[in-house]
Design a protein around this ligand. Structure first.
Ligand code: HEC
Ligand code: HEC
Ligand code: HEC
Ligand code: HEC
Ligand code: HEC
Ligand code: HEC
Length: 337
């Protein structure tokens, strides 16, 4: 969660249909989404907060009476433009869908909310805007640090870290849980807020029974842990976890060749494995195991509508179920020819 990113430009518009348009307009006091019905202004709401610091999309909210609501237009970096927010009705500019505290549990480091009430997208609690800690800070992955800092300030000669969870000491399941807090499904109803989770804790204690069990199976959006767990690399290796491929402290210039080198760490002789391919094909592919074995797939949960189109476009993410995908192989081999 951030303040409004600087490169969002006003003066764009999204045409739902000839009668209905939503425009992005800079006016006194900020940037706004403005709905027009037959050219007449009907709703004006300001961009107050942005969700999504990642590579793919941003969605936005506005505050009203201590509650936060999602704006109808989201920005998709993948298409470089605006689209109707995922899951929103196709012929309507919706301004009343709440953004709840649960969203902040994964997209920020803290928000205080009214206690006691159950949490869902229909029964929302009030949120305390002043309490927000933006971004994902060190403590989300390393636990509370206050005690650690005060101990070491008072005892500068002690070199062994105290009162701080060390990732080196965590088991594989504990590591998966510590990433899984935010990467193993986004059910909205929780037994306990995951703001209380610290590395070493058991994540399932925060869930109600049945968490993450959708009839469609784990989705490429949000279910990286479950998908990885069904891979033979995971079940047969006993060591594979998120950190085998991702360095969470350095997001950025990694490319598919760097990831593929991680595969080759375990699968040392790609040529011997790929019996159906010839040697020159294999040499060409060692820089990219990913497009065949972790192809981009459409999310079943999220799709989006771009301006002037009635149907929705797919939202693509890498599947973390590492396996053989004949269709992906076919299109890779065709691309090479
Ligand atoms: C507090 C929640 C949280 C935790 C804990 C967390 N992540 Fe994430 N992660 C996110 C969110 C949210 C995104 C989507 C990008 C954004 O909106 O900032 C993300 C994005 C990513 C990405 C995509 C990078 C990108 O720039 O798009 C990777 C890879 C990733 N996380 C890996 C991990 C790993 C590995 C761990 C455990 C060491 C982890 N995350 C722990 C919330 C979390
Ligand atoms: C998204 C999760 C995430 C965030 C946020 C994060 N770290 Fe880490 N950090 C990790 C992981 C995972 C490791 C272990 C890497 C490994 O095993 O090589 C680690 C390792 C470390 C270590 C080495 C000691 C150890 O526990 O293994 C230090 C020190 C550290 N992080 C400091 C920080 C600081 C300071 C911040 C904030 C600026 C921060 N980290 C933010 C995930 C995170
Ligand atoms: C359990 C954690 C979790 C919850 C709850 C959650 N998200 Fe996310 N969200 C993620 C992760 C992880 C990603 C990025 C990776 C992915 O799509 O799987 C993401 C991606 C996004 C993105 C796209 C950002 C990008 O560039 O990848 C937006 C926008 C977003 N979420 C908004 C929301 C909103 C609004 C809510 C509440 C209705 C919400 N999320 C609830 C974890 C969560
Ligand atoms: C920590 C070691 C490890 C890493 C890293 C790893 N794998 Fe594996 N993988 C295994 C093991 C063990 C098996 C099961 C034995 C076998 O089939 O070789 C396996 C199985 C597979 C299979 C067969 C899957 C099936 O359903 O039959 C494929 C394909 C595969 N790995 C590809 C990859 C790719 C691509 C990467 C990198 C993105 C990767 N692996 C990373 C250990 C690993
Ligand atoms: C075998 C290697 C491997 C492992 C293990 C792995 N990832 Fe990834 N992950 C990748 C690759 C490759 C990508 C795609 C990077 C790209 O396209 O630039 C990716 C992308 C992502 C993204 C960005 C979303 C997307 O689809 O582009 C997130 C979030 C993520 N991984 C989280 C995780 C989490 C959480 C774990 C542990 C449960 C994990 N990954 C384990 C290789 C791995
Ligand atoms: C062009 C697509 C493609 C690329 C690129 C690719 N593979 Fe494969 N891989 C396949 C196919 C298809 C199979 C099934 C066996 C066969 O047809 O040879 C397979 C099988 C495997 C297997 C399982 C073998 C078994 O015993 O079941 C592993 C492990 C594997 N690949 C690892 C890798 C690694 C590591 C890389 C990158 C160096 C890689 N693959 C690159 C298509 C690909």
């Amino acid at each position: 969660v951030e303040q409004l990113p600087a490169d969002i430009v006003a003066a764009d518009r999204f045409v739902f249909n000839p009668e209905l348009t939503v425009a992005i307009e800079k006016r006194a006091g900020g940037v706004f989404q403005v709905a027009y019905v037959n050219g007449k202004e009907t709703v004006v709401k300001r961009f107050d907060i942005a969700f999504g610091a990642g590579e793919k999309a941003w969605t936005f909210g506005y505050w009203q009476d201590k509650k936060l609501y999602q704006l109808p237009l989201s920005y998709f970096k993948t298409i470089g433009g605006w689209a109707n927010s995922p899951g929103f009705p196709l012929h309507q500019a919706q301004f009343n869908r709440p953004i709840i505290g649960r969203c902040f549990e994964c997209h920020a480091s803290y928000i205080a909310e009214e206690e006691g009430q159950p949490q869902s997208l229909t029964a929302t609690r009030t949120l305390d805007q002043q309490s927000i800690i933006y971004g994902i800070d060190c403590e989300r992955c390393h636990g509370p640090a206050a005690e650690h800092v005060s101990f070491h300030t008072e005892n500068p000669t002690v070199k062994e870290p105290k009162y701080m969870v060390s990732w080196k000491m965590l088991s594989r399941q504990q590591r998966l849980d510590a990433c899984g807090v935010c990467h193993s499904g986004n059910d909205m109803d929780m037994q306990t807020s995951t703001f209380r989770f610290k590395p070493g804790d058991t994540l399932s204690n925060f869930y109600y029974p049945g968490y993450g069990h959708s009839s469609a199976g784990p989705d490429v959006h949000g279910n990286q842990v479950q998908l990885l767990a069904t891979s033979r690399c995971f079940t047969q290796s006993k060591t594979l976890e998120c950190g085998s491929c991702h360095n969470t402290h350095e997001r950025g210039p990694e490319n598919l060749a760097v990831y593929s080198a991680q595969c080759i760490n375990c699968h040392k002789d790609p040529q011997a494995i790929h019996t159906t391919m010839n040697a020159s094909e294999i040499n060409a592919i060692t820089a990219n195991c990913i497009d065949c074995h972790m192809p981009n797939q459409a999310s079943q949960k999220i799709s989006f509508q771009v301006t002037g189109k009635q149907e929705t476009d797919a939202y693509l993410l890498r599947t973390h179920r590492i396996a053989v995908y004949p269709d992906a192989t076919k299109s890779m081999v065709e691309k090479k020819k």
